[in-house]
Design a protein around this ligand. Structure first.
Ligand code: SAH
Length: 365
């Protein structure tokens, strides 16, 4: 599955230099010839190797990315370099591409190395898994990524340590719809709520599956993600834990969600732990990052068992659990939110409830 030894090692960096004018001419004249797949080696579908070959779509992506002089661009999964060619022909200064497949690394390097012009270091290809490779500083991320890493990659970009202007990403159409959904939309979910906490997202255009080789089963959409300047005024780890609880059963009412025995016990455990370590600095430990945008569970996932055998098993007395249950119910009753459903709530409303819970010693991380 993986190319073990080489994976994640950025030591195969190759610098390829070129002149922008030559490159622009190159990508214009040889577009179809170089963009169609010549079958040099077998493309690996499980790795998301679907090359985008429609030059109009490739041009449109580069145009939407609105690259400026001075920009450092990050591309994830350059494949044979069809999009890379546009990025190199843009006003941007530098392109770094992270690619897991050594055959693709060779293909991109050969493609731009063939231009063999020597004064400017503009393109660097790092061989490695984008999820394990530390990205160099970048201003803009532009990529037709392997769709299998959509959630963790977006989480890495938005909840990691990077600061960038925009990410213009080609994603599976359904995933893109869920990403840009608004409260009340049927697709609204944890992914959208968490991303909206830190960024603005916008659908730019749809792209047909026919524009790829080999043709995938799904259509695609181009999305722009723009991180907000100021970080949100919330402990992100706490927020992410809270939205996990709410959106696991996003169509139930909050009252119903927070009445469940198993949930109450679980929160009681977490809350006691949090009280014990209040000296811990708030923030997002790296461990929680990658899963935070995973799909929501479905509404059937949690059953509501009764009886107090669970309390004792968890080391709590029935009284203790009862009191904590009252605390949660009290927080909900003090607002008119108990009858609301998470999938229809704005982040402001959710945040308000989270603060109320926290003030009452109910913690989610
Ligand atoms: N951007 C190119 C290729 C898209 S196919 C184009 O538009 O034509 C996706 C590419 O991502 C493939 O080259 C695949 O090898 C690469 N890839 C898959 N998983 C990856 C990962 N975890 N990290 C980096 N690259 C990956």
């Amino acid at each position: 599955q993986h190319h073990g030894a080489n994976r994640a090692k950025p030591d195969m960096n190759r610098a390829v230099s070129n002149s922008r004018a030559r490159l622009a001419a190159f990508s214009a004249s040889s577009s179809l010839a170089s963009e169609a797949w010549d079958g040099r080696f077998r493309l690996h579908k499980p790795r998301g190797q679907h090359l985008l070959t429609n030059p109009r779509v490739l041009d449109a992506i580069a145009r939407h990315a609105a690259l400026r002089p001075g920009d450092a661009v990050l591309e994830v999964g350059p494949g044979t370099g069809n999009l890379t060619a546009r990025l190199l022909a843009s006003p941007a200064d530098r392109v770094t591409a992270v690619e897991i497949d050594p055959r693709m690394v060779d293909a991109v390097t050969a493609r731009f190395g063939a231009l063999d012009l020597a004064h400017k270091l503009t393109c660097q290809v790092i061989q490695g898994d984008a999820m394990e490779t530390e990205f160099p500083k970048f201003d803009v991320c532009v990529a037709n990524i392997p769709y299998g890493i959509s959630s963790p990659l977006i989480a890495k970009l938005l909840f990691g340590t990077y600061h960038f202007r925009t990410a213009t990403l080609l994603l599976q159409k359904e995933f893109a719809r869920r990403l840009v959904a608004m409260p009340g939309d049927s697709e609204y979910n944890r992914l959208a709520a968490n991303v909206r906490m830190v960024a603005d997202v916008k659908l730019l255009m749809d792209v047909s599956k026919r524009d790829f080789v080999p043709m995938p089963r799904v259509d695609s959409s181009l999305v722009e993600i723009q991180p907000r300047g100021a970080p949100p005024e919330v402990d992100l780890a706490e927020w992410l834990g809270f939205t996990r609880e709410c959106f696991g059963q996003k169509n139930k009412t909050l009252g119903a969600i927070f009445k469940q025995k198993r949930k109450i016990l679980d929160l009681l455990k977490r809350s006691q732990r949090s009280e014990r370590c209040t000296s811990d600095a708030p923030g997002t430990g790296s461990g929680i990052i990658l899963g935070v945008l995973d799909d929501d569970g479905n509404d059937e996932a949690c059953s509501d068992e009764d009886g107090d055998s669970g309390d004792r098993a968890a080391g709590f007395s029935t009284e203790e659990v009862g009191a904590f249950k009252e605390r949660i119910a009290g927080a909900l009753e003090s607002t008119d939110l108990a009858g609301k459903r998470p999938s229809k709530m704005s982040n402001d409303e959710l945040l308000y409830l989270l603060r109320l819970f926290n003030e009452r010693g109910i913690w989610f991380q």
